[in-house]
Design a protein around this ligand. Structure first.
Ligand SMILES: [Zn+2]
Length: 85
């Protein structure tokens, strides 16, 4: 089963007026670029964080130690209950 995607806060180091931003954190690793990727997704480890790339993020960003929230796992559509059940 896939681990939940979490959302963490990152803040660029060294900016005069840093704007905190939210970034998806994938405990299982950043997703590969694929046909289902959003248009603005440029590949793993670039706009997303996973245990493999967090070290490189930490060189120029502050990353919140706690997740802001977990992205809810999509719930499958309810199965209609047959009449008379
Ligand atoms: Zn990564």
């Amino acid at each position: 089963m896939r681990a939940e995607t979490l959302v963490v806060i990152v803040t660029a180091k060294g900016d005069e007026d840093p704007e905190p931003a939210t970034v998806d954190y994938y405990p299982d690793g950043c997703p590969e670029l694929g046909p289902d990727s959003p248009d603005d997704y440029e590949g793993p480890h670039d706009l997303t964080i996973c245990p493999d790339c967090i070290e490189s993020w930490l060189t120029d960003h502050y990353v919140s130690r706690r997740a802001l929230y977990a992205v809810p796992v999509p719930v499958p559509a309810p199965v209609p209950v047959p009449a008379g059940a």
